[in-house]
Write a protein that binds this ligand. Structure first.
Ligand code: GLC
Ligand code: CA
Length: 586
């Protein structure tokens, strides 16, 4: 397979609203991002994925776009954007734009025109319109992702329109060739500006079946899944997009594809399917419970490993993985998969980073993850800013369906607002994010957890990320190696090996707050430790002064745990330890 820059890149996601405010109106902006480019350079990332910065009424924080070729007033101007692109490029950092084309805002000109009626209206067929049923009710029982029906009646046009997200996010009708022309022209306009790629919002939903029957009822509404997810023409549309736009530029493309399996991914992002470079899958972050996605249960480690391993092996040599724990729609990784208590926050954040960054694929870091930022201690529903959490609380609790006490822990565990609190830059008021009043509350732990405290501190989470990023650039086995899971049954240890051109890597991560024993495979005897978060383990070649190999040798004649009780050939892992060993085959 041909190697490409985006396979070797590390991507950093910016949620601009919460990243850095330059003019103290409490809202992050493009000049704020420009100010922090040197910080990102220091971290070592190669690509920024910008969550949407386009003109938007902000029903869903920019994921509802009213003009694709203008910058949101609160974020700045097109000149600011051009400056950002120049300054990023001058530092060797590429910019990937969020592309939200499953839907627009209802304030987009296309929709404003479309609601005037069908007939010879050029925009009449830009969206998905249906007549009411005879009794005036919705065309079918589908529910929207943000609660309520997926259909909204429009008085002006006298029809319902489909919105899989909020009613201010009407779905575009991709069946209409004019819609595709308009979207591709807009994308080309951005490419001509010199951007470096697209992250494509819910791109697996753009094709819908023509027939739209009722869906199986889950909760209050019917499931649109079988009719909208990986719909009949989605691959055709993406191939057309690739042919008409993507293939003409040197881009990185990643599709957000809810509901995707490794088999689907091999089509969306296959080496020779001419669609996208990679997709985001969600199997490892979706843990549906009693109240749909609102759930505070942890996924058992064996299940998590099973999922990630299936993706590692399922795509190897056929398609390309994306790697992430966090994004703007997910709770904070250290709170969810690690341990955000005082004793283990730093340690477990480093462990999670190791576990992810040593896998095969392109790693994504979500702003603040590199500091070990945590979930927010929500006190009441009034703390929420996110349309999804606000609606969910109404639909499940205020409606009387579920008591507050039962629902509250579930919503705070996974609310998207956990990820959207302001970036913690320093220990000054509002964490150095703004000198105004932030649009969403700053996490009160900013005095302790912030960038200024971590930069230059060799024991910090930030410096650990720097090191992981540097390792990926130094060792091709991290990027290109194959993958093999060890100990699939262990609920404590996530261990795997990678191999590429005679170089081998062994990553061992402990997901428990207790010590655990690990037997190092014999072939790693004498391996070099590339990185570890452990207090009691040294980096460097793992040889004893006698010259004997210290790990992985049943017959080494010596207990490898340097005095701590464990079996020969075994090592005792500290709580939340991560360690990576490297060995070149003889
Ligand atoms: C994607 C985005 C999410 C948004 C939704 C609708 O899932 O990541 O933030 O709300 O699409 O655009
Ligand atoms: Ca601002």
């Amino acid at each position: 397979m041909k190697h490409s820059w985006w396979q070797e890149a590390i991507v950093y996601q910016i949620y601009p609203r919460s990243f850095m405010d330059s003019n103290n109106d409490g809202i992050g902006d493009l000049q704020g991002v420009i100010r922090r480019l040197d910080y990102l350079k220091e971290l070592g990332i190669d690509v920024i994925w910008m969550s949407p910065i386009y003109q938007s009424p902000n029903d869903d924080n920019g994921y509802d776009i009213s003009d694709y070729q203008a910058i949101m007033d609160e974020f700045g101007t097109m000149e600011d954007f051009d400056q950002l692109l120049r300054e990023a490029h001058s530092r060797g950092i590429r910019i990937v734009m969020d592309l939200v084309v499953n839907h627009t805002s209802d304030e987009h000109l296309w929709f404003v025109e479309s609601r005037k009626g069908g007939g010879d209206n050029p925009y009449g067929d830009y969206y998905i319109w249906r007549d009411p049923k005879e009794d005036g009710s919705e065309p079918n029982n589908w529910g929207s992702c943000f609660g309520g029906s997926a259909w909204q009646f429009d008085e002006e046009r006298g029809q319902y329109y489909l919105h899989l997200f909020s009613k201010k996010q009407p779905d575009l009708n991709w069946e209409n060739p004019r819609v595709r022309d308009a979207v591709f022209a807009m994308m080309t306009w951005w490419c001509e500006k010199g951007i470096d790629g697209f992250r494509m919002d819910v791109i697996s939903l753009i094709s819908k079946t023509r027939e739209m029957p009722d869906g199986v009822v889950r909760g209050l509404y019917g499931d649109y899944g079988p009719y909208c997810v990986h719909g009949p023409r989605v691959h055709e549309y993406l191939q057309e997009m690739n042919e008409r736009v993507l293939s003409r530029y040197d881009l990185m493309t990643v599709g957000e594809t809810p509901g995707v399996t490794p088999e689907d991914a091999c089509r969306y992002a296959g080496n020779d399917t001419h669609e996208l470079n990679m997709v985001f899958q969600f199997e490892h972050v979706d843990v549906p419970g009693k109240y749909g996605k609102w759930n505070d249960e942890k996924m058992p480690l064996t299940v998590l490993k099973g999922i990630l391993s299936r993706w590692q092996t399922g795509l190897y040599g056929k398609a390309w993985n994306s790697l992430f724990w966090d994004n703007h729609d997910q709770p904070r990784a250290v709170s969810r998969f690690g341990n955000d208590g005082a004793q283990y926050r730093v340690k477990s954040a480093k462990m999670l980073a190791t576990c992810l960054h040593m896998l095969q694929g392109t790693p994504y870091i979500y702003q603040g993850e590199e500091l070990g930022m945590t979930n927010y201690p929500f006190q009441s529903p009034a703390d929420f800013r996110d349309i999804e959490s606000i609606h969910a609380y109404k639909e499940w609790c205020e409606s009387g369906r579920v008591p507050h006490e039962a629902f509250w822990p579930c919503i705070v565990a996974v609310s998207r607002d956990n990820a959207r609190t302001p970036m913690q830059w320093d220990d000054t008021e509002h964490a150095g994010f703004t000198q105004g009043k932030p649009w969403i509350a700053v996490n009160p732990n900013y005095k302790e957890i912030n960038a200024r405290a971590q930069i230059g501190d060799p024991d910090s989470v930030f410096c650990y990320y720097q090191k992981l990023i540097a390792l990926r650039k130094q060792y091709p086995v991290i990027v290109y190696g194959d993958y093999q899971l060890l100990l699939p049954e262990s609920e404590e240890i996530f261990a795997y090996t990678r191999e590429y051109e005679g170089k081998r890597l062994l990553t061992v991560c402990s997901f428990t707050d207790k010590e655990a024993e690990f037997i190092v495979p014999e072939e790693f005897g004498g391996a070099e430790c590339l990185i570890t978060n452990a207090v009691g383990r040294k980096e460097g070649p793992d040889k004893e002064s006698s010259g004997k190999e210290a790990i992985g040798r049943e017959d080494s004649g010596k207990d490898a745990c340097s005095g701590r009780a464990c079996r020969k050939g075994g090592i005792r892992l500290e709580a939340y330890e991560a360690v990576v060993w490297y060995k070149e085959l003889a």
